[in-house]
Write a protein that binds this ligand. Sequence first.
Ligand code: FES
Length: 118
Amino acid sequence: MSEQSSQTTEADSLDGFVRVASVAEVPDPSRKVFEVEERFVVVFHVLGEWHALDDCCTHDGGLLGEGDLEGFTIICPRHGARFDIRTGAAKTMPAVHATAYHEVKVVGEDVYIRLTPS
Ligand code: FES
């Protein structure tokens, strides 16, 4: 479990979307890790866009939420693979597979995500 910012989510849901945070908790640009239905997810707020990925590098399980963020790219802190936060796609070795992308929507001051099945 990531220490930096993991939180238990509230039980609110909407069409499969689960509230994870208030907008103010994830200022632009930043990212924050949340536990959603026993899964750790990184929520990104960058250049006005919201995205969410599994907090898990597909190379060897690095915690993406602890990586450096460069624009729409998150860099795995373990071996440096880069992922596009807008899709989850692996952009560079040593990762070759995408990490799961989750839909995000903002309603008022609340941020919701809908998990992609694992
Ligand atoms: S665990 Fe992420 S690059 Fe190796």
